[in-house]
Design a protein around this ligand. Structure first.
Ligand code: SDX
Length: 375
């Protein structure tokens, strides 16, 4: 029997599982490589933050220009990959996160660097994945909508092109900016479940596409990235402002989890939630009608959660209302989370490979005492 002392907190709560110089998640701040999230959201673009996470420093103007050009060049995916996405997207039980997971795994076969874990090859793969994931998402939505494939637009920035490929409509500058900030907010969050999944896979010296495939599967879960979709579905289930109080009373009675609220680490609120809520609410105020209705319902839900349960929203709650106001299909909310978090995942895979040690914790055995098979 193991003599190790069992990790009492379930889910490794509060356990520091390793060092990382990528991100610090604290009660008082969220920092990406030394830059505070509110500073990045207000003053950087997603392409700049992606470079910061993947390369390790703020890009010079020349570095940023080259990085953007490389991402634009890598956006296209081969025809046969489009066929695979189409086949998956038409599948009966398909969920967009499964289609995305399959698309990433399929593309691995055609990446000449796939089996190469060197820093140079992994940075090339990270940029290809960052560039191609929006194309997989866009093509998937085109199939769902029964429209021809909307091909990447070389003139558009990363966030604008992501919106354009899903909807076929060129977004306004305001719409593209909101998505750009949401991608910055979602990009990285230290050892969250999907990132830690990617590091466990990287720790066996497996390849980056395999790490990302596992991370996508982890992020899909409603307790993790899938919460942004579930948060919007919850508001749609409530339906009207008048229904909120009765719905919440019933939810508390039945101990129902309110999606988009609570956090394993943040106990005084998620630093990202207020930033996105403010942007989304301003857009909804401008639009009025349906977009504004969901923010009014959401704010009443939030007020009840905070006053009656002292549980605050995480970034997924404002994300649901904001993406809905932008007309983004609900099932694409978590895939868009992937389009952002691919930067954090790849940064962690590269960090793990740079100074690797197999990640292999112990379990505390609670099964039957030693016994004989033949009695
Ligand atoms: C993300 O880790 C990261 O960094 C993740 C993330 C990232 O950027 O990578 O931030 C992204 O995943 C955000 C979280 C998205 N998930 C949700 O919104 C799902 C709803 N939230 C909960 O399931 C919950 O808050 C978790 C899973 C997020 C955290 O759960 P914990 O730390 O395991 O806490 P818990 O479930 O043990 O809750 C403690 C208490 C419980 O009450 P009691 O049973 O002790 O009476 O708080 C209650 C819970 O019931 N509670 C909630 C609640 N969250 C906690 N009650 C109702 N609704 C909720 N949302």
């Amino acid at each position: 029997m193991t003599t190790a002392t069992p990790t009492k907190p379930a889910g490794l709560e509060g356990i520091i599982a390793g060092d990382s110089d990528i991100c610090a998640v604290n009660q008082t701040s969220l920092i990406y490589r030394g830059y505070e999230i509110a500073d990045l959201a207000a003053n950087a673009t997603f392409e700049e933050v992606a470079f910061l996470l993947l390369v390790g420093h703020k890009p010079t103007a020349a570095e940023l220009d080259a990085f953007k050009k490389e991402l634009i060049h890598e956006r296209a995916i081969p025809d046969h990959a489009r066929d695979v996405i189409k086949r998956c997207a038409l599948g009966d039980g398909m969920h967009p996160m499964d289609v995305l997971r399959t698309g990433v795994s399929y593309l691995a076969q055609f990446d000449k660097d796939c089996q190469d874990n060197s820093p140079e090859a992994e940075l090339r793969k990270a940029k290809r994945l960052l560039a191609k994931i929006p194309t997989i998402i866009g093509h998937m939505q085109n199939v769902i909508d029964g429209r021809d494939f909307v091909l990447p637009d070389k003139e558009m920035g990363h966030a604008a092109n992501l919106l354009y490929m899903m909807t076929g409509r060129k977004p306004t500058q305001a719409e593209a900016h909101i998505v750009d900030v949401s991608l910055i907010l979602y990009a990285e969050h230290d050892f969250n479940a999907s990132t830690f999944t990617s590091r466990v896979i990287a720790g066996t010296l497996s390849d980056m596409h395999g790490c990302v495939t596992g991370a996508i599967a982890a992020l899909k879960g409603p307790l993790h990235g899938g919460a942004n979709e579930m948060a919007m579905e919850l508001l749609r289930e409530i339906g009207t402002l008048d229904n909120v109080e009765e719905f919440m009373d019933n939810a508390f009675t039945t101990k129902r989890k309110i999606m988009g609220f609570g956090h394993r680490v943040y106990k005084n609120g998620d630093h990202r939630a207020g930033i996105l809520h403010k942007l989304g609410r301003a857009y909804a105020d401008d639009k009025g009608g349906e977009p504004l209705k969901w923010f009014e319902i959401g704010e009443k839900v939030q007020s009840i959660m905070e006053t009656q349960k002292n549980i605050k929203p995480n970034v997924d709650f404002p994300c649901g209302m904001t993406y809905y106001a932008l007309g983004i299909p609900v099932p694409q909310y978590t895939p868009i989370f992937v389009a952002s978090r691919i930067t954090g995942w790849c940064a962690h895979v590269m960090e793990q490979h740079k100074n690797n040690r197999l990640i292999r914790p112990l379990s505390h055995y609670t099964g039957p005492e030693l016994r004989k098979w033949n009695g």
